[in-house]
Ligand binder design. Structure first.
Ligand code: GSH
Length: 217
């Protein structure tokens, strides 16, 4: 039995949740409330750095979302979610890693704006916008004329990049200058797996309270 420990507002855990759904796997979903529940000894025994997501498969613990995605792809190869061709695989991996190392940290700068909280830093916002624009240009060139990165079918690049790019219009970054990426984003937003895993207003409010409490400490 597969168990995913997650939080509904986390793009890191949403990418795993979507992959489980896209692969049609049976799994149990356990929410970890990031107001302190992540430090409980039962959870630390699974995830020693107190991070979600964590996946448990019949007693085998996996942490780090990209490692979890690789595990799921290797163990449940149908439908295939990574290209086989060398260049296409490099494209999918580039998109995953550029998302995690460049796009996600830049997008996090907008967290106060996303949550309607004070504390925006105009200089940091400007730097983040520049970084995001460089990422989007790269993604526009990498998607080329295919519906998905390096593939005719949805890949693990989509579940990683798509769950972050989907926040950009929320912070006023339009995709209209990137027509291929814009069409790709709409394709993802229309999928039932994206819709089923969208953060509810209640989840956003709960997350906001956690951030407010953390900022007070
Ligand atoms: N590199 C990790 C990052 C995981 C991560 O940072 N998770 C955050 C939520 S998005 C978390 O668990 N934060 C709570 C904590 O660290 O106490 C991955 O990709 O799985």
């Amino acid at each position: 039995m597969l168990t995913l420990y997650h939080s509904p507002i986390s793009p890191n855990s949403r990418r795993v949740w979507i992959t489980l759904l896209e692969k049609g796997l049976e799994f149990e979903l356990v929410e970890i409330k990031l107001d302190g529940e992540q430090f409980k000894p039962e959870f630390l025994a699974i995830s020693p750095f107190h991070h979600i997501p964590a996946l448990v498969d019949d007693g085998f613990n996996v942490v780090e979302s990209l490692a979890i995605l690789d595990y799921l792809e290797a163990k449940y190869p149908t439908p295939a979610m990574l290209p086989k061709d060398a260049k296409d695989l490099a494209i999918a991996r580039m998109v995953q890693l550029v998302t995690v190392n460049e796009l996600l940290p830049a997008t996090t700068t907008f967290l106060p704006q996303i949550l309607g909280l004070p504390g925006e830093d105009p200089e940091k916002i400007e730097q983040a916008k520049q970084k995001i624009s460089t990422v989007l240009k790269l993604f526009e060139s990498l998607i080329d004329d295919r519906p998905y990165f390096g593939s005719q079918n949805l890949t693990l690049a989509e579940v990683v990049a798509g769950t972050v790019v989907i926040w950009l219009p929320e912070v006023g970054i339009s995709l209209s200058d990137y027509p291929k990426l814009n069409a790709w984003y709409k394709r993802l937003a229309a999928r039932t797996t994206w819709q089923a895993t969208e953060a509810t207003p209640e989840a956003m409010e709960a997350f906001k309270s956690i951030i407010v409490a953390r900022n007070r400490q």
